[in-house]
Design a protein around this ligand. Structure first.
Ligand SMILES: [Ca+2]
Ligand SMILES: [Ca+2]
Length: 108
């Protein structure tokens, strides 16, 4: 019995496939500074983040894609565009604390 059979579920990914997975657009909004508090996760634009998360975001994690964050619902009000990264305090990146109401995926 061979012990080195390749598991078909573990095939090596091509560079393009890996890049596609790695580049999957996702954003996490956190209610409190330093990635604390409740989390709102999105992989597509949201014209309104919902009553539970409206005007609550204090920190942001972007694992993929370029996103624009709006002060008001339906992509209105002042806005700020950010790429992948860890933003522990929105005020350091041009976003007023506890104001985000909608988010748009600009590029995935
Ligand atoms: Ca907050
Ligand atoms: Ca708002």
């Amino acid at each position: 019995m061979k012990i080195y059979d390749i598991n078909p579920l573990c095939v090596e990914l091509s560079f393009e496939e890996a890049a596609t997975i790695k580049g999957k657009a996702q954003v996490l909004l956190r209610k409190d500074i330093d990635f604390r508090g409740e989390t709102f996760s999105a992989t597509r634009s949201r014209s309104y983040v919902g009553d539970d998360f409206n005007d609550e975001t204090s920190s942001i994690i972007i694992t993929g894609g370029t996103w624009r964050f709006y002060e008001d619902a339906n992509y209105t009000g002042s806005s700020k565009q950010l790429g992948p990264g860890y933003y522990s305090w929105v005020e350091n990146f041009g976003i007023t604390n506890d104001t985000i109401s909608s988010i748009k995926l600009i590029a995935s």
